[in-house]
Write a protein that binds this ligand. Sequence first.
Ligand SMILES: [Zn+2]
Length: 59
Amino acid sequence: MIDSKLLEILACPECREDVEYDAKNEKLICTGCGLKYPVKNGIPVMIVEEAEKSDLNIK
Ligand SMILES: [Zn+2]
């Protein structure tokens, strides 16, 4: 589980938008560009190279 305060300060390194936590898939999803960042051992990996691209329109 990701701490909500941590989530608040996290931002997508690609576009600087906020990220949302997808608890089911343990991913952080950018609300701006839709990149999906992995969470490893409870620690968000905010690295563009590690992120998955998403076809979904978040907004
Ligand atoms: Zn982004």
